[in-house]
Design a protein. Structure first.
Ligand SMILES: NC(=O)c1ccc[n+]([C@@H]2O[C@H](COP(=O)([O-])OP(=O)(O)OC[C@H]3O[C@@H](n4cnc5c(N)ncnc54)[C@H](OP(=O)(O)O)[C@@H]3O)[C@@H](O)[C@H]2O)c1
Length: 200
């Protein structure tokens, strides 16, 4: 698939490396192709390219948002309508208006998009190394649209996670809240940890 990743920072770069490793084409949508973060991501992923966000989404099968939340509105203002397009939100909001999920921002501004929440419940360092873990980490995927959820779960699985259906988009904010627990657990266990499901 052709995947547009909007934002080429820690999360965008980690996902870009993972998706290209799984055989997908990645184009980063960035405000500045010469920014330190963009150049660092491109140096790490020779197969990826960078363009403006509106150029990146053109022809993309999947669009993944990995921006700082403060950049969402300005970035969306420059994008064409994404009606019918699969959009995955990998962001979290802990500043500004923390009770509002970044997914709600996308849902409000992109009412015709097929939206899912994923890739937000683990530290960025683990996104491109998931397939190397002894015990696979869970990746929770929330969404109301079956196509978006299926594609997000497929991508999570392809890059080495155990994709878990975490319910509808109403669970987007609870998934963001889980990151606070993940961060607390890193104090004792380090940032290499991931959530897992234990079955009886
Ligand atoms: N860090 C983690 O471990 C982690 C894990 C899961 C989810 N998340 C969430 O994922 C999101 C991204 O986190 P990150 O760690 O990847 O952040 P980051 O490394 O700071 O990258 C943020 C990206 O947003 C862009 N950006 C920032 N301000 C902008 C603006 N005003 N206009 C346009 N673009 C702007 C940056 O572009 P420039 O290069 O031009 O500055 C960069 O591409 C956050 O919501 C975070 O909570 C983080």
């Amino acid at each position: 698939m052709r995947i547009a990743i909007i934002g080429a920072g820690n999360v965008g770069g980690g996902l870009g490396k993972a998706f290209t490793g799984a055989g997908h084409d990645v184009v980063f949508g960035v405000r500045d192709p010469e920014s330190t973060k963009t150049l660092s991501a491109l140096a790490d992923i020779p197969a990826a390219t960078a363009a403006s966000p509106s150029e990146a989404v053109d022809g993309a099968d999947v669009i993944v948002f990995a921006l700082r939340p403060a950049a969402i509105n300005a970035t969306l203002a420059d994008l064409p309508p994404l009606d019918g397009r699969i959009v995955i939100d990998a962001m979290n909001r802990f500043d500004g208006e923390p009770a509002r999920s970044t997914t709600q921002d996308l849902a409000d501004r992109l009412p015709g998009a097929k939206l899912a929440k994923a890739f937000n419940t683990i530290g960025f360092e683990n996104l491109s190394t998931a397939s190397q873990r002894e015990t696979r980490a869970a990746m929770f995927v929330a969404g109301d649209d079956p196509d978006a959820k299926r594609v997000a779960m497929q991508l999570a699985s392809e890059i080495g996670f155990l994709a878990e259906d975490a319910g509808g988009l109403a669970n987007a904010k609870p998934l963001e809240e889980m990151v606070k627990v993940w961060l607390a657990l890193t104090q004792a266990h380090g940032r290499g940890i991931g959530f897992a499901i234990s079955r009886s």
